[in-house]
Ligand binder design. Sequence first.
Ligand code: G6P
Length: 611
Amino acid sequence: MCGIVAYAGPGDTTAILLEGLRRLEYRGYDSAGVAVAARRKIKRVRVVGRVEELTDPVGADLTGSYPAGIAHTRWASHGPATTANCHPHTDGSGRIAIAHNGILDNAEQLRAEITAAGGVLTSDTDSEVLAHLIAAQLEAGAESLVAATSAALDRVRGTYGVVVLDAREPDTIVAARHGSPVVIGVGDGEMFIASDPAAIAHHTRKVVYLDDGELATVTAGDYATITRDSRRTIKAPVELTAAAEGYELDGYPDFMTREMHAQPEAMRRALAGRLDPRWGTTRLDGILLDARELRSLRRVTIFGCGSAYYAAEAGALLIEQLARIPAEAQPASELRYRNPVVDSDTLYIAVSQSGETADTLVAVEELQRKGARVIGCVNVVGSSIGRACGQGMFLHAGPEVSVASTKAVTNMTLSFAMLAVLLGRIRDLSPADGARLVAGLEKLPAQVEQILADDEHIAQIARTYANASRMFFLGQVRGWPVAREGAQKLKEISYIHAEAYPGSELKHGPLALIDESMPSVVVIPDDDVLERNLSTIEQIAARGGPVIAVTSAELPKSAPITHMIRVPHNSPELDPILLTIPLQMFAYHTAVALGRDVDKPRNLAKSVTVA
Ligand code: G6P
């Protein structure tokens, strides 16, 4: 999604901004731009396309030294991806430049007002009005850039993370936040601002997160934060955690490969210090509810978007099975609009890798407004959702760059498994079962290593089916969220139409689609619905459909399976975590065989920060 980078200091401003934009590329964007203040005028370069295409024009036009600058990667929301719609936007006189993330709901009305007053708008965007409104406040005598920005923001409704540059005060940047993240990086005689710490983490680890309703005035040597009603806020920098840093490919062909291979290590990090073999339970110190409060829960509702939602489904099942508490998963993008009935005995859990997904964040806020108790299951420490929840389980997956989530999703399900054991042991899960599961959790990272070593076998199967135009992913009970996530991965990065179905539903309609051209990936945990899964396979094979079985079970030799992917057996409850891994690898190799841009699939963004 849209990204902001800004810099104030003695360094090479344009080079620092371009490098920051490059580090935000993974979030997805369609155009980019840079602006600096030069001789009482804003100079800017904007392009539709990749940041590397910006490098040449910027090199040509923005050479020289500038004390401050702002930059942006845009994901078109208001108006198509054209140069005119790229940020930074300026006011009519070219004095003010802004880069904005978020959506201004009353932009149409403000655009009409600006035009009626003789202003000329040059883009279709909502954001451009901010530059005009701030310039107008300065013209009207606002005492400072931050006062002008605050007054301009009084006029807008909607969400923003915004940075502002004034050509008449070329060493100052003003930043403001409401619903869209802004972080200030505190350097030694230089300051950085970004919408995502990944853009600046290679420069400094000391950061200040702006809160909603806060503004900051930033110069090379200082930053000052105030609220919209002009109260000074005193904020000391905090240390950036590893999970918020950006990183490099380090010899891997792409981030997805690197992140898939980082899973064992990421899982070990998530498990570290949280397993209690003695009592057959887990410790999740980020959850600030005591045993009595946890015991009094009557329901658990987990919500997230995309892959996080499928992890939520796996989590709900684990909690229901191990703790015997009714648990359900909902897409956050639906929950927020449902006017949910909030129950004081329900624990709500928001799941998100980035912690910035707007649909999930708004669902958190809506639930909290109704008095719900919401905890987070989030990867990025300091993210909006993590902070809004104030408690929960951090994923410790480390930075994830590829749009298709792998290690974060694995750690989501792993975290839910730990929570399910904890809730179970507070209720009726026996010490022996608790101990069995704790031992199983401990074994998982090494088992994932084994699966990753099966890469060439899985790649061969993927190449065999890469030309299919459609595929089924089938699973039952524990296999069902795995199948949904497998279908999601294949869709996202290969663009093959993949549909997930509960295995036993096949005969109630979709069986009509089965023929030789429709491969089915069947997810088969070693559990009590094994017979049902075998029957599903028989039904497909009888209609000539190829079957790719992904299983932790010992299947009968007679089962009509075209290709088999075996994963090690753990416990029936934990096998789904292992079964997800080959499906990532299958999607990856299919996408590679089709020549897709695996890390940056078309039309998708890593974190969707607009609603
Ligand atoms: C976007 C991405 C998905 C991701 C979802 C949730 O839609 O394209 O791959 O699963 O956001 O992201 P989150 O950061 O909240 O886990």
